[in-house]
Design a binder for this molecule. Sequence first.
Ligand SMILES: O=C(O)CCC(=O)C(=O)O
Length: 260
Amino acid sequence: MVDNRSQLNSNYNQQGYFVVRDYFTPSEISSLRKIVLKFHELWTQNNKKFYQEEAFNSSLITGNQYLAFDDRVNLFNFISSQKIMNLIDLVIPTNPAFMNTQLFFNPVNPQQKNFWHRDCQYDHDVDVQKKVIHETQVLHLRVPLFDELGMELVPGTHKRWDSEEEFNVRQEIKGRVSSESLSTGKKIKLSAGDLLLFSADMIHRGLYGLDRLALDILVFDSAADFVDYVDDDCLPDTSILAKIDDPRLFMNTIHLKSKG
Ligand SMILES: O=C(O)CCC(=O)C(=O)O
């Protein structure tokens, strides 16, 4: 595992992502899938119009709007399990902090297209994006609950700026659109049981199709200024914290919030 860990670390540093195949047992995935499907059914009923017309993800899966106490405890324990923490610690060795969860599914409209982006482009204009990609980044840990076509990533773009082709497509300029293919894109097919960790600020897009339902866990480095992005509702309260085996991922966020 030591060699494997340094290999994963060097994959992340060089490429901006790594995949661990068959990381979870069928029984771990089946328990997680049951909880997440409960959330998804209630969420889609409550967001009918948005779901029918344009949605491709939901968030705050750990919140208290849709899941009951025991399911939330189990979900928090999955997110902060030894298996997940081992991977987070590899990339963020000091005080990693929980940001949120998102659930990615297929849009109802089969004509709806996916789109290349860096997550930071929704918060910053181009000049700032050029800077933030060299600073601390948010991580996504994707846990597919069914086999899926996965993600398409542009390796190395967590640390480098766009080529002209990438920039024109991602920004939809010079007649290009963000759903076009990129010559530098790398498709990563995923099966239930695999885990994909990637930098949210690298150029990426989801691949729609099959029965995709993927839980993304978002984490950040406590040294970076991301705490304002965290919604209180996705954090455990004291009664849940008492039932989490290793709550440090959540405690780091709660601590940052208290410093406000
Ligand atoms: O899977 C998708 O549809 C997009 C995923 C994505 O953009 C992300 O995880 O940041």
